[in-house]
Unconditional design. Structure first.
Length: 83
């Protein structure tokens, strides 16, 4: 998750604020949440750690995965033009 979040800062396809877009806000949130999740595990708040990691999984992988399939996006063209 760390590598994926950091690599998203080299994506400039959807520019809303200068060279940055909503994906960059999500990446910042993921990085902060990863730090928080590790912190919760270290201090023994396993339920908070579990909740944080589950939320990261849902938002960063599932939700963004769905957004990559929107019409006119690269993955939409790759996947659905081949079928």
């Amino acid at each position: 998750m760390t590598v994926v979040s950091l690599s998203s800062f080299f994506i400039y396809e959807l520019k809303i604020w200068g060279n940055y877009g909503p994906i960059h806000l999500l990446s910042i949130w993921v990085l902060i949440s990863l730090i928080g999740g590790i912190y919760f595990a270290k201090i023994g708040k396993i339920q908070w750690h579990k909740w944080t990691m589950t939320l990261i999984y849902f938002l960063a992988l599932i939700l963004i995965g769905i957004f990559t399939l929107l019409p006119e996006r690269l993955m939409d063209k790759i996947l659905f033009n081949l079928l």
